[in-house]
Design a protein around this ligand. Structure first.
Ligand code: NAP
Length: 299
């Protein structure tokens, strides 16, 4: 059986089209969703993420307040900027591009964001709400994974799901979302990590395997059953002298071997990646609706 490829670019594009229509409706009511972005320093990857976010906002009709600050910006200056954004009614979501320079207490700056504008979903207030199943801003990458599964028609209710990786930004929130007593949850979830005794023992029994380890070939074809659904969150650079830049991107799973066995699989690139920024836009539009009392925020 050859797996169906889950096209993250297409799903992301569908959601962005829906968001664009929502933004147009909001604008007719005098509301323009706004995202405040803070980037400190000149890290090339961070600059490229922030540029992509700015472009995505523009395409969706979202106002973007882009703040690119020198690396020597002090913690006090950053906290003052966050405070200003918290109070600015034009800004419905705040995004601080990580990492921040070493002289800044990253946690302190993130905690200064008003939870009502925490569109990354990392503030403990939103994390807590998510865990107890209250309406909350869901972290973008795990929320993107859930949307990909739902929009591909994959049954979550009663599914055995194994997640490889337990980070605060992917594995843990994803596990929490998938176990919720909800039509878009109701799965039985196992989370594996570097201290798991036998990962293959778990993955072989899984209907859905989600890899978020940050290591190529963490999941191989021998580790999964026929017909499995595989979502690959990992993004790893590996040397490739045939490429102009000397590297190529691969995920955490052995894509070529597993696609012969799986029913569905996501590619890297072009799988989960495009969903992350899309769900950030989603949260920003939701925030604008909530602040103007017109919410349909998940769950
Ligand atoms: P992270 O913070 O480094 O966490 C990795 C997790 O995987 C840890 O829990 C670690 O276990 C576990 N792990 C690592 N190697 C393992 C192995 N060999 N076997 C079992 N578990 C293993 O990474 P992250 O931030 O969650 O990101 C994970 C991957 O997703 C990275 O490749 C990252 O680039 C990618 N990512 C992609 C997007 C996107 O938009 N597509 C967004 C975020 C992240 P321990 O806890 O025991 O150390």
């Amino acid at each position: 059986m050859a797996a169906q490829i889950i096209d993250g670019k297409q799903i992301a594009s569908d959601i962005r089209t829906e968001l664009k229509a929502e933004v147009q409706l909001l604008k007719r009511k005098g509301i323009t969703p706004g995202l405040g972005v803070i980037l400190v320093g000149i890290d090339p990857a961070s600059i490229s993420y922030v540029t992509a976010k700015g472009k995505a906002c523009e395409e969706a009709g979202i106002y973007s307040d882009d703040n690119r600050l020198p690396v020597e910006t002090s913690e006090a200056e950053l906290l003052a900027l966050v405070d200003k954004m918290n109070k600015n009614p034009k800004i419905h979501g705040i995004l601080i591009q990580l990492p921040l320079p070493k002289h800044v207490d990253e946690q302190k700056v993130l905690l200064a964001i008003d939870p009502a504008k925490d569109v990354d979903g990392f503030h403990p207030m939103n994390v807590g709400k998510m865990v107890v199943g209250d309406k909350a801003f869901l972290p973008c990458t795990p929320h993107g994974v859930v949307q990909m599964l739902i929009r591909s028609g994959i049954k979550l209710d009663g599914a055995e799901i194994v997640i490889v990786g337990r980070s605060n930004i992917v594995g843990k929130p994803l596990a929490n979302m998938l176990i919720q007593k909800s039509p878009v949850g109701n799965a039985t979830v196992t989370v594996c990590h570097t201290r798991t005794k036998d990962i293959a023992w778990h993955t072989r029994n899984a209907d859905i395997v989600i890899a978020a380890a940050g290591r190529p070939n963490t999941v191989t074809a021998e580790m999964v059953k026929d017909g499995v659904v595989v979502i690959d969150v990992g993004v790893n650079r590996i040397d490739d002298s045939t490429k102009k830049n000397g590297f190529r991107l691969v995920g955490d799973v052995d894509f070529e071997a597993i696609k012969k066995k799986a029913s569905y699989i996501t590619p890297v690139p072009g799988g989960v990646g495009p969903m992350t920024i899309t769900m950030l836009l989603y949260n920003t539009v939701e925030s604008a609706k909530i602040m103007n009392k017109k919410s349909s925020m998940t769950p």
